[in-house]
Design a protein around this ligand. Structure first.
Ligand SMILES: [Fe+2]
Ligand SMILES: [Fe+2]
Length: 247
């Protein structure tokens, strides 16, 4: 018998099992293998696209996936492997698409691990469409969820932190006062966090593909707007003006 606050042992065991299968729908062993492979590729990507990002996207994807009755095994594998091609994109300063490259790499890994062909095809589709570019559009429910999870991790307080980290990685300034950011380019000294917000992050909310994605993105969007308005104020010195009522 359990105490008032502790379930009986057999119930606790089934709860633990449910917990494990909720966070590791592929089973603990395969999940850990994919996690280790993913982290091995992503560890060199710094704070923006390193293993921490992968884990946050995985958590978000599992959350949305459970709400929507998605195939969690496909989603879990896709989330863990979605950015393994990042290094190639960084090395080529954005000229190689990491989603395409990552999908090719993932296919080889999953064949090596002996997954069924239809599962591999579904996982590869999620990875190659997770940027939602041109003809690479998320078609399956799992691909739509991975897209939302990945994009949600680029906004809100985490998004702001990542934008500054990325700016640091490419040697950009903290901020520039140029009002016309259309004359600036990515991967340059002007590729600031504020530019990232203006060019990309402020649009993320409106691209969500699932209801839960939209809900989370709306809240994170509001926080980002607040932060960047405040940044502008401080950069322009508006917060240093003396209070006329004080000596
Ligand atoms: Fe990505
Ligand atoms: Fe990502």
């Amino acid at each position: 018998m359990g105490t008032k606050h502790q379930p009986p042992p057999e119930y606790a065991a089934s709860l633990r099992k449910a917990e494990t299968s909720a966070v590791a729908p592929l089973g603990p062993e395969l999940t850990e293998r994919l996690r280790a492979i993913s982290h091995g590729y992503c560890i060199g990507e710094g704070g923006c696209h390193g293993p921490d990002h992968t884990e946050r996207v995985h958590d978000l994807a599992m959350h949305i996936g459970r709400l929507m009755g998605a195939q969690l095994d496909i989603l879990s594998a896709a989330a863990l492997l979605h950015d393994i091609g990042r290094r190639h994109e960084m090395e080529h300063r954005g000229k190689v698409c990491h989603a395409q490259k990552g999908a090719e790499m993932a296919e080889g890994i999953l064949i090596g691990l002996g997954l069924p062909a239809e599962k591999i095809a579904a996982i590869v589709h999620c990875i190659e469409t997770h940027r939602y570019r041109n003809d690479k559009i998320p078609q399956s429910l799992e691909a739509k969820i991975l897209y939302d999870a990945d994009k949600i991790d680029s906004i809100g307080a985490i998004g702001i932190g990542r934008a500054f980290l990325f700016a640091g990685q490419v040697g950009a300034r903290l901020h520039n006062r140029m009002s016309d950011i259309t004359n600036t380019t990515s991967y340059s000294v002007e590729d600031t966090a504020y530019r990232e917000f203006q060019v990309k992050l402020c649009k993320v909310r409106d691209t969500m593909l699932t209801p839960e994605g939209r809900r989370i993105a709306q809240e994170r969007h509001e926080f980002m707007e607040l932060f960047f308005r405040r940044l502008e104020r401080e950069i322009n010195g508006d917060d240093t003006a003396r209070n006329p009522n004080q000596p």
